[in-house]
Design a binder for this molecule. Sequence first.
Ligand SMILES: [Zn+2]
Length: 82
Amino acid sequence: MREYRDLYNVFYTYGGEKDYQATTDNFDKWLKVHNEERASESSCGYYEDDEEHKNKECICYESADSFTIEDVDIILFNKEEK
Ligand SMILES: [Zn+2]
């Protein structure tokens, strides 16, 4: 039996709604990668060269308090296949 006790479900939260994002063992690193992906896709809608987007205050970069984190307790029974 393999157990994972250090995993967290990450939800984007807005107006009382929760939107599942990912399960991770490191929220800070996940948020960094998440924001880098958003920035590389220009999720803000600006063009890559626009000052608004190049600014680190761009809405591409979501802050930690936009998310809720919940503990996960996953217990797996199937053998790991080699
Ligand atoms: Zn942007």
